[in-house]
Ligand binder design. Structure first.
Ligand code: HEC
Ligand code: HEC
Ligand code: HEC
Ligand code: HEC
Length: 179
């Protein structure tokens, strides 16, 4: 029994350090591989989505007005706005890779997990290895919806009712079936 608990503690500590080191590599890195039609053009789909513009939105006059009404300064500099409008906000600067840019808005890694440890082709082609290296796994649609509503909720000053199926249809980016 005691032996098993020591082993569990060791495994937990080990997986914790393995995850703690994963860095955000940014959409430009993910997009190098995920752009071909036969792979599903995830980069293009994302670029055409509102998520790619979420930081630019905070630089607009409309955003500054919303922030001012809350007694805040410039929206693009306020944690209260950045937390939902960019990837990697509040993350230790040491974990933001050299190609990562907050200005790219809500990027791949917000939903898929920081990618430095899973981004190699060899790991990516092996689902279990990707998950072990920090890629988030969604077991069903309810899990996907839960991820969306971590931002699409009433804390958003411009909140509009979130209709999951409709919204997911607008941004989903599957790998096409082979054959
Ligand atoms: C070196 C190329 C490469 C890079 C860089 C890369 N991927 Fe992948 N990724 C792949 C390949 C190959 C697959 C396997 C599926 C396919 O053929 O498209 C894959 C699969 C995936 C899957 C599905 C995995 C599964 O098992 O369900 C996700 C999600 C994903 N990538 C996200 C990302 C994200 C996010 C990044 C950036 C952090 C990234 N990828 C960077 C090549 C890459
Ligand atoms: C809890 C997450 C969250 C926070 C915090 C948040 N936003 Fe947003 N914001 C969203 C989401 C999600 C959308 C898009 C859908 C919606 O409006 O519900 C959005 C959309 C917007 C838009 C575009 C509105 C439109 O009608 O298209 C503006 C402008 C904006 N936010 C400004 C701000 C400002 C300024 C702050 C800080 C005071 C802020 N947001 C804080 C999640 C958030
Ligand atoms: C990190 C926070 C965050 C997460 C997580 C998130 N979103 Fe968003 N989403 C936003 C923000 C912010 C906007 C507004 C961007 C703008 O207008 O500049 C937005 C906008 C959108 C839009 C465009 C709004 C419209 O009415 O067409 C769609 C569609 C969308 N999100 C779908 C989703 C789906 C589906 C998920 C879950 C798979 C999701 N989002 C997860 C922050 C988030
Ligand atoms: C708003 C959240 C969100 C963003 C942003 C996002 N994804 Fe995804 N992505 C998902 C979800 C949710 C799934 C479905 C996972 C599943 O079905 O297991 C998915 C699936 C995938 C898949 C696997 C598709 C398949 O058919 O197996 C790949 C590859 C992928 N995403 C790559 C990317 C890349 C590359 C980016 C950035 C350019 C990106 N994603 C941005 C949420 C997101």
């Amino acid at each position: 029994m005691q032996k098993i608990s020591y082993m569990l503690i060791f495994l937990l500590a080990f997986s914790f350090t393995a995850f703690a080191q994963a860095q955000y590599v940014g959409v430009k890195t993910c997009g190098m591989c995920h752009k071909k039609p036969e792979q599903g053009e995830q980069l293009k789909i994302w670029e055409g989505s509102a998520h790619a513009n979420a930081f630019k939105t905070l630089q607009s006059e409309e955003a500054n007005k919303i922030a001012a009404a809350k007694g805040l300064g410039k929206a693009a500099e306020e944690a209260a706005c950045l937390k939902c409008h960019v990837s990697g906000h509040g993350v230790d600067a040491a974990l933001l890779g050299s190609k990562f840019s907050m200005e790219d808005g809500v990027q791949c890694e917000t939903c898929h997990g920081a990618g430095s440890e899973y981004k190699s082709k060899k790991v990516m082609e092996d689902h279990a290895a990707s998950v072990a290296a920090g890629m988030k796994e969604y077991k069903d649609e309810a899990a996907i919806e839960a991820q969306c509503v971590s931002c699409h909720n009433e804390e958003s000053p411009t909140y509009k009712e979130f209709k999951f199926k409709e919204m997911w249809d607008k941004i989903k980016h599957p790998v096409p079936a082979k054959g």
